[in-house]
Design a protein around this ligand. Structure first.
Ligand SMILES: [Fe+2]
Length: 265
C-alpha cells in the first residue's frame, strides 16, 4: 500500500459535504460519458445495472451522501470520504461495517487516462455500482470481516483476493468474458486492454493461485482471473480463506509476470 500521495484530500465541511471547483467537476464530466460508453461494451451486466441504479450525474462530482442513499436502499452500504491513502487496518474495519472509504480528490487533466492512486472517479464510478449488487456487497463485507480477524502479516495476502476480484476481476457472462472490477471499469485504457489485448493472460479463478500472484499497481495487469459467475464470489464467503492464506504462504508467491519496479518506472 502506498504511503504518500501527491494529491491533496478535500476535507468535508460540518455537514459532510465537499466543495469542488468548476474545473474538478469538468474533469469528472470529461471522464464520465466516454467511460460509460466503454462500460456498456466491456463491463459486466452487474456493473452496468449498478451504474444505472445509482443514476450518477455525468456533469458533476456527486457527494458521498447522495450515493449512500441509493446504496443504503440496495444493499445497506454507504460511502464515506477519507484521505487519499489509508492503512489496511482502517480499510478492513470500514468494509466490515459496510462502509466504503472513498478518496475525495479527482485526478488532474494531465493524468486523465491512468493514475496510480484511487481518486473519486475510480471510487464512485468504479466501485459503488458494484456495491449496489447484493452478492458483491456481501463479498466485500466478508473481506472486511476477514481482514479484521487476520494477522497483520496476512493483510497483504488477503488484499490480493480483493485486487483480483473487486478491483481487477473478470467474469464470464452469457459465454463472454466481461470486466467486473472497479479498477478496470474506471480506466479508459485498461478496460479494453483487459478484455481484448492478446498480451494479457486470462486464467480461471482459483483461490490459491490468486493469493500467490504478486501484482503491481502502476502498470496494466499482465494477468487477470476470470470468475465463472457471482456464485463463485459468494462461495468464498463460506470458504476458509484465512486457512488458504496460510497454505499459500507455505507454497510461496508465483514468479511475477512483470519486470521489477525500478527507478526508471
Ligand atoms: Fe479501488
Amino acid at each position: 500500500m502506498k504511503t504518500s500521495s501527491r494529491y491533496q484530500a478535500h476535507k468535508p465541511n460540518a455537514q459532510g459535504l465537499i466543495s469542488y471547483s468548476a474545473e474538478e467537476h469538468s474533469v469528472w464530466q470529461t471522464l464520465f460519458s466516454p467511460q460509460q460508453a466503454q462500460a456498456k461494451q466491456y463491463c459486466s451486466q452487474v456493473f452496468n445495472n449498478g451504474l444505472a441504479r445509482l443514476a450518477l450525474d455525468p456533469a458533476r462530482i456527486p457527494q458521498c451522501a447522495e450515493v449512500s442513499q441509493h446504496l443504503q436502499q440496495a444493499t445497506g452500504w454507504s460511502v464515506t470520504p477519507v484521505p487519499a491513502l489509508i492503512g489496511f487496518d482502517r480499510f478492513y474495519q470500514l468494509l466490515s461495517s459496510r462502509i466504503f472509504p472513498a478518496a475525495s480528490f479527482i485526478r488532474s487533466r494531465e493524468e486523465l487516462e491512468y493514475l496510480q492512486e484511487p481518486d473519486i472517479f475510480h471510487e464512485i464510478f468504479g466501485h459503488t455500482p458494484l456495491l449496489a449488487n447484493p452478492d458483491i456487497a456481501e463479498f466485500s463485507h466478508h473481506i472486511g470481516v476477514l481482514g479484521s480477524q487476520a494477522r497483520p502479516e496476512d493483510h497483504v495476502w488477503l488484499a490480493r483476493l480483493y485486487w483480483f476480484t473487486v478491483e481487477f476481476g473478470l467474469i464470464r457472462e452469457n459465454g463472454q468474458i466481461k470486466a467486473l472490477g472497479a479498477g478496470l471499469a474506471s480506466s479508459a485504457s485498461e478496460l479494453p486492454y483487459a478484455i481484448e489485448s492478446p498480451q494479457a493472460r486470462r486464467q480461471p479463478f482459483d483461490l490459491l493461485d490468486v493469493l500467490r500472484t504478486p501484482y503491481r499497481i502502476d502498470i496494466h495487469q499482465p494477468l487477470y482471473f476470470v470468475l465463472e459467475g457471482l456464485d463463485q464470489l459468494l462461495e468464498l464467503t463460506r470458504t476458509d480463506v484465512l486457512g488458504a492464506i496460510h497454505h499459500a504462504r507455505a507454497l510461496g508467491l508465483h514468479a511475477p509476470l512483470f519486470a521489477p519496479k525500478t527507478a526508471l518506472n
